[in-house]
Design a protein around this ligand. Sequence first.
Ligand code: ARG
Length: 464
Amino acid sequence: MALWSGRFEEGVSAFAHRFGASLPVDKALYAQDIQGSKAHAAMLAKAGVISSEDADAITAGLDGIEKDIRAGRFSFDINDEDIHMSIERELIARIGDAGARLHTGRSRNDQVATDTRLYMKERAGDLMAANLSLREALLAQAEAHKDVIMPGYTHMQHAQPVLFAHHLLAYTWMFARDFQRLAAARAAADANPLGSAALAGTTYPLDRTQTTEALGFAQAIPNSLDAVSDRDFLLDLMYAASVSCLHLSRLCEEIILWSTSEFGFITLSDAYSTGSSIMPQKKNPDFAELIRGKSGRVVGDLMALMMTLKSLPLAYNKDMQEDKEGAIDAADTLEDCCRCMAGMLQTMTVHPEAMLAQAKKGYLAATDVADYLAKRGVPFRKAHEIVGHLVLLCDKRGCDLDDLTLEDFQTESAVFEADIVDALDLRAIVDARTTYGGTATSAVEQQLAEAQAAFKADGARAVR
Ligand code: ARG
């Protein structure tokens, strides 16, 4: 019989019990459940609600249960509805009445909120660490390829040459913002619901400050109804995870493209590739595709909880039991994806010649030729049109801008002189973009230093 069975004459149907149970999911929270119960028992004893002998017995009993669960010796009973019931029932079986006093002034409603917050605070910290290892891998590749020129794209068409390091650093800034979102999600979880009981608080003289400090929460939640009903911290974490997964999926897409024979910009290591069961030649970027695919599931987890919480009245409703599965999945998935991506980046081979060869195609110097004219007094719109004609000429001849003669240039504008060849040099084009945040080697070096500094500063935050 369940621990709440007093007012019932019959047990719940076997199917309904299984349908209603959350133990398979929430047993992941066993350590936090025990941590919360120990803090609650110590506080009850200090407030004189239970004896210190009972509190000691509870602590020792819970420690024993924790050890057994950790060692895989604890046999979870399918008749228990959730991890809270499972541990409490076992505690009572082991220590008797003292164990039956633990739930004084407490409800599973504040208990589950407390456990989930403790768990997600920790997971947010893990995800911040995973985010850092991913950024470390990107920073190392950027540092190692500071002089590599690649075509920059808009609309997936060749646009202007950029440094490969510049391209990689763009991702480190995306992931740096993800880190801030994860830190904010951790802060959102960092508040104590314990002592709110079922919904209204309790008549026992509970000291919520004591449990707040014992559990390492930043503050006690000021409203008992809000304390048991709030799952925003899970939405925050899943939103942070979703955005990070979207960023990962964009990087995956580029990695997949770059490793095609059409691009050939990179080769993934064997450690992060798979073969085909029928085509002997195949080397597939499976893991990049899988991360790209998993990003959909993480966004789905966020959407699912948003829909679950929509229109829910205060305070606790059983709907909320649906909160943990997706949140745990989102955290686990993002952590694995970061880890996989970091390994893939660390071990990939970059092909600078292939990038440069592509950068030479598609008139990447066109903007700079127009700028050449504009800097010599031709209004930019006119200059744009002149270069447009030159590109058309190249198109017809099947050549590139640097194949044109000075006479070809001068047919379109008398402003062109012999030094136009300088405007066609890819390295010069890249290195002329010295504006803050631009792709010039000097600007990228400064940017790299800033990204490394942000990485260091976040590293100091992650451990706290
Ligand atoms: N297993 C429940 C959950 O995860 C715990 C809280 C249940 N509270 C209740 N009054 N039924 O949400």
